[in-house]
Every structure is written in C-alpha cells, then in structure tokens.
Write a protein of this length. Structure first.
Length: 280
C-alpha cells in the first residue's frame, strides 16, 4: 500500500479510521485519542491491515497514558508494535507498569533475549518511534515528538526489507489480572495537537513606498502559542504640553463725521448778526 510514514491519524474525529480496520477488543476513539481498554486476560488494540512497508520508513506515536498497574501482579502492558505475517515475529516498544520498564524488542516467537530494557518514565518516553534506514533498525523515544533519543539499533532483520506492503502497525494493551483501566495513544505520525499553522496573504508592489511619521513605542512582551491571541485596549493619546503664540491685528477707525457733504445756504442777514461784505 505505502510507506508507514504516510499513515497519519490525530484521532480527533471520534471514529476509528478505515486504515485501522483490524482493531479489536473494544478499542475506540474518544477525547481526541485512541483508547484501548486494559482488561484482565483480554487484548485490545488498534491495528492496520498488513499492507504497509517499514523498510526505508518510520512510524511514531504519542503515548499520553500507559495502562496503570491497578492490581496486576505480572503485567499491565502498553505496546507499540510492527507485525508481519509470521505470528510472534514483531518489532516492539513494550511498556509494563508492573515492572516499571520500557523494552525495545526484536521478537521472534514472541521473545527477544537481547531486548534493551530501561526504567519507564512517562515524561521521558512520551513519544515512541520505530524506523529503518540504510540497513539499520532503530528504536527511539522523545519527550516532545521533536527531539529524539535513540535507545537501540540493530542490523535490519531480513523480513523487514522483504515485507514490502506486508507489515502492519499495531498499538495494544493487556493485563494478566487486576482492575480494568485503559491506555491511550495519540498523534500517529503527526504532532498536530501541538502545532498550528496559519496561512495569510499580502499584496505587495515592488516599487511602492510607505512613509510613516516617527512614533515612539515600547515593547511590553507577550508569550503566545500558535493558536493563542493578544487583545489590546484602545490607544489613548494625551497632549503633554503645548506652547502656542499667535499674532492678531486690531484695527480701529475714529468715528469722526464726514464733512465733505455740507451744503452752505447763503441768505439775507438777520439782526444780531455781525456781517461783513458783501452785504455792507
């Protein structure tokens, strides 16, 4: 079908995708995760058909929750598995919370006498990866799904390179006894839950010019994730001071009578007047 690295699932739609068509034991998709019931004496798993290829490829997954001990006396297992046609021949990362171990296994007949075993840490081993490259098989873990630490590597088993379109990815849980609980996996071959990408557009003109007045500013600082937001209140501008001068002109005109429109009437003099010629 395709390289295992092309199988991607965020488990966010609440429906087991058709690629996991061989799932079993009450497996379900809920809360944005693949949930596997861990019930005494019962296996539960997400599993693809055996039509994928690991050679030259990889598969990784987040493990938010491993099945807790809850009274189990031998094993409460949470397992990330690559399987093929021969039963018991698998490549696995096996977490057993009863023993508090994480094992990196190359199983034949369900066992691996050379498995690498470490103390399990939910934080240190939060992401699990199995990959093949250039004739070497690798088991890796990560705290964040970005920076990886190699835990084991071996020469690639022959069946990995010969099993083109013939392997399956599997995640399962199992306990020998104790109270039922569950394991949860998330983000198969993707870090979608923690990374958001936003595409925006802008129209630019090669020879355009933008001018702006000088504006004093202060960067206050903000910590935002990819999908966060920053709200700002309206900006208030204050005039700190101003000194203005203005010149004004006041013009005034005396209200003197205009004397160029007087009419002089000349007539016969009356008594009491002192006159001179031409009336003398």
């Amino acid at each position: 079908m395709a390289l295992l690295s092309t199988l991607i699932d965020t488990f966010n739609d609440g429906i087991i995708a058709p690629e996991w068509g061989n799932s079993y034991g009450g497996a379900l998709e809920t809360g944005g995760r693949a949930r596997l019931p861990c019930v005494a004496g019962q296996y539960s798993g997400y599993q693809t058909a055996k039509d994928w290829t690991l050679a030259g490829s990889s598969a990784y997954v987040q493990l938010p929750l491993a099945a807790a001990v809850s009274g189990a006396t031998v094993e409460a297992q949470t397992v990330f598995n690559i399987i093929q046609a021969t039963a018991g021949t698998t490549i696995a990362i096996n977490i057993n919370t009863v023993a508090n171990t994480i094992r990196f296994e190359n199983n034949v007949g369900y066992t691996d006498g050379s498995a690498v075993s470490l103390t399990y840490s939910a934080a240190t081993h939060a992401w699990l990866r199995i990959r093949e490259s250039g004739g070497t098989l690798f088991w890796d873990t990560s705290t964040d799904g970005s920076s990886w630490t190699n835990r084991r590597s071996i020469t690639t088993p022959a069946w990995v390179t010969s099993s083109v379109n013939a392997v399956a990815a599997e995640m399962y849980s199992y306990r020998n006894n104790g109270s039922s609980n569950y394991a949860e996996f998330d983000n198969f071959n993707t870090a979608a839950s923690s990374v958001a990408v936003y595409l925006m557009s802008a129209s630019l003109t090669a020879d355009s010019t933008q001018t702006a007045a000088l504006t004093p500013s202060k960067v206050l600082g903000a910590a935002l994730d990819a999908s966060g937001s920053l709200d700002a209140s309206a900006t208030q501008a204050a005039v700190l001071g101003a000194s203005l001068t203005a010149q004004s002109r006041l013009s005034a005109q005396t209200d003197a009578a205009v004397r160029d429109d007087l009419t002089t009437h000349i007539g016969e003099p009356h008594s009491g007047w002192t006159v001179t010629g031409p009336w003398i």
